[in-house]
Write a protein that binds this ligand. Structure first.
Ligand code: HEM
Length: 308
């Protein structure tokens, strides 16, 4: 039986909750803008004709954030950290990427994700029961039990979770997931305050650039690219496409990332979406969240209580 449909409005109503923070994203509300460039080494050109993977450099405007709808939430309490990227790869093509720290989702379809958010909001007992009733959460729970939050946005691994197809000149397609692999470690000892991760980032960037390796994992016939809850075996081939270099930051309300909708279905030629139903649900929900916050900004309702 097909799970029943959830509308973008229902998702965003649930995610924003009872206290609406006008002008802010309804999920991942607290964040900081970043910018820099992706230095491609050309090693994905066999699999995709996307311009961003030709050997060379493409600038980006991005955003580090924490999950949740509160724009002044304490950084170190959030269970999930995120990185979003926006590339203009030509005058007519854009690519938007939004990644989280878990490598997989706990569920495989939007309806069940909606139920999971209800359980999270209901408290620890409800979410424990939810996981018991949903064996597909096992790969997520395995990750969760071994995950140790680091002391820096720069020291996390960020995952695409959903799979995409790389398309080459011969129109052949290869299903992939990707992750950003940090090149440094940092422990949370000594970090203090509500904005600990943002401050750590600002201090670090005053001294040095932050570098990630952008790693692609190639699916085989045995992997279901449409199921974001299933991990792929560690033995799958991986290719490092190049380095992401972060050079600068801005407060989100004054920065260029604030007005960007990091919709994962904004893709350049050479990259296509899989049939994963979560991808469609994300696109609709991000647009609804964007519509609400853009309208509030135009109406001058942006709250003063941001984390600037
Ligand atoms: C059905 C599943 C999902 C729903 C309904 C959902 C919903 C949302 C919404 C409403 C926003 C705010 C968008 C805006 O106002 O610009 C958002 C932001 C975000 N989501 Fe999701 N999300 C889902 C799954 C995921 C997954 C699987 C990932 C990771 C791969 C992810 C990563 C992010 C990130 C990184 C942001 C913040 C982007 C930014 O910095 O602007 N989400 N999500």
């Amino acid at each position: 039986q097909q799970p029943s449909k959830v509308t973008p409005q229902q998702f965003v109503n649930l995610q924003e909750g009872d206290i609406v923070h006008k002008g802010f994203r309804r999920a991942h509300a607290k964040g900081i803008c970043i910018s820099g460039e992706f230095l491609s080494n050309g090693s994905l050109t066999k699999y995709t004709h996307a311009k961003v993977f030709e050997k060379g450099s493409t600038p980006f405007i991005g955003r580090f954030s924490i999950a949740g709808s509160n724009p002044s939430a304490p950084d170190l309490k959030a269970p999930v950290r995120s990185m979003a990227l926006s590339f203009a790869t030509s005058a007519t093509q854009q690519w938007r990427v939004a990644m989280n720290t878990p490598p997989v989702m706990a569920v495989s379809d939007p309806h069940t994700f909606y139920q999971q958010i209800i359980a999270i909001k209901a408290g620890p007992e409800a979410i424990q029961k939810f996981f018991k009733d949903h064996p597909e959460s096992q790969d997520f729970l395995n990750w969760k039990s071994s995950y140790q939050p680091s002391g820096s946005f720069a020291a996390e691994t960020y995952n695409s979770i959903n799979a995409f197809y790389l398309i080459n000149e011969q129109d052949e397609k290869q299903a992939v997931r990707w992750h950003m692999r940090p090149t440094l470690t940092a422990t949370p000892e000594g970090l203090k305050g509500e904005d600990a991760l943002q401050q750590e980032l600002q201090q670090r960037l005053a001294k040095e650039d932050i570098v990630f390796d952008w790693v692609y994992t190639l699916a085989t016939e045995a992997d279901n690219e449409n199921d974001p809850a299933r991990a792929w075996p560690n033995s799958r081939q991986q290719i490092t496409a190049g380095q992401l270099v972060i050079r600068d930051w801005q407060f989100q309300l004054k920065g260029e990332c604030h007005s960007i909708n990091y919709d994962p279905l904004v893709l350049p030629e050479g990259i296509e979406p899989t049939a994963d139903p979560i991808l469609r649900a994300r696109s609709g929900a991000y647009a609804e969240s964007y519509r609400r916050r853009a309208r509030e900004v135009l109406n001058g309702a942006l709250e003063a209580n941001s984390n600037e």
